[in-house]
Design a protein around this ligand. Structure first.
Ligand SMILES: [Zn+2]
Length: 338
């Protein structure tokens, strides 16, 4: 009778062993079978009711059962411990994550895109032109007299007598006016080249975005309205602006546009050279001579043009003081504009 009960309990315990998969289950098992009021202790208690001659055998069997249950439970607990230790090795959730560096646009590309977006919203389309230009498009059609200093070998990469690397994006306006009837409203971003000594302020290759609007009755007020809207959208709505008279061979009158320095609140700083003003672009009304060169009637049409230096814009916006930083591909620099 007693031997049967011990055997039944052993089978019950064996059935439970596969369920000892967490510390809670192990604990419950210990309480149920191995504690002072557990199932094995209860059978020990009942020994007082068995006949004395059966006691040694029953005691032996019970001790064996207790040993078996204890061993099985210890093994399960040990396995749990090892498993959780190796899991700790694999994933430590308290460690800081490994940052995955994402690619991003170069600051020059992004500046071009932001400027283009603003003008696109104001109804301008985006045009393109060749980087290898003829003397005609780069200079002659734009009113540069033959002795103009910009034609000098110092400034221009000439490929031969006719061809050169364009020194500005302005030639695209000639190509557009040749190809399309007014109204024409476009901007043309791109690379330009100058034969200059590379320094903090100048480089042999940089970017510009030129713009052109030609239609009937276009006035200087239209030019101002468009460029002030652009500056406020790009640099901030609270800035002050001014237009200073200037000179470009292809516009008449010509102006340079300044905005109040947003870096120092126009109080004067290193970037604005203590003037409180930042020069952001050149502009003017298309010189009637250009229209005549191309075959557009200056009595019927008028227009304005402007040009913005991309690197200069990016440098102003991000407080960089060396243009070379934009072209050296130093990832420590590039990643700052993520
Ligand atoms: Zn300033």
């Amino acid at each position: 009778m007693a031997a049967e009960r011990i055997e039944a309990l052993k089978q019950e315990i064996q059935k439970e062993l596969p369920q000892l998969t967490d510390t809670e289950a192990v604990d419950q098992f210990r309480i149920r079978h191995l504690s002072r009021k557990g199932s094995i202790a209860q059978l020990f208690d009942e020994m007082k009711h068995v006949p004395p001659e059966d006691k040694p055998a029953m005691g032996k069997a019970l001790n064996a059962l207790r040993q078996f249950a204890q061993q099985a439970m210890d093994e399960a607990a040990n396995q749990l411990k090892t498993a959780s230790a190796s899991a700790d090795d694999a994933i430590d959730l308290t460690l800081p994550g490994r940052m995955q560096r994402r690619g991003h646009q170069h600051i020059v590309s992004r500046t071009i895109e932001e400027i283009s977006d603003i003008f696109r919203r104001m109804g301008f389309s985006i045009a393109d032109g060749p980087e290898i230009e003829s003397d005609y498009y780069n200079f002659e059609a734009l009113n540069f007299p033959p002795d103009h200093p910009a034609r000098d070998m110092q400034d221009t990469f000439f490929l031969d007598d006719t061809w050169l690397l364009r020194t500005h994006t302005t030639p695209v306006q000639v190509r557009l006016m040749e190809k399309y009837e007014p109204p024409i409203r476009a901007i043309f971003p791109g690379k330009v080249y100058r034969n200059e000594v590379i320094s903090a302020r100048s480089h042999v290759q940089f970017h510009q975005v030129d713009g052109l609007f030609v239609d009937r009755n276009v006035t200087f007020a239209d030019l101002k309205g468009t460029l002030v809207s652009f500056a406020r959208m790009f640099y901030g709505s609270s800035l002050k602006y001014r237009f200073r008279p200037s000179f470009f061979p292809f516009t008449e009158p010509s102006a340079e546009m300044d905005i109040s320095c947003y870096l120092c609140g126009a109080k004067g700083c290193r970037v604005c050279k203590y003037t409180g003003w930042l020069e952001i672009l050149g502009c003017g009304m298309v010189d009637p001579n250009i229209f005549v060169n191309i075959g557009i009637d200056p009595e019927e049409y008028s227009g304005y043009a402007f040009g913005i230096g991309i690197e200069r814009t990016a440098m102003l916006r991000h407080g960089l003081d060396d243009i070379r930083l934009l072209f050296e591909n130093d990832m420590r620099v590039n990643h700052q504009f993520n």
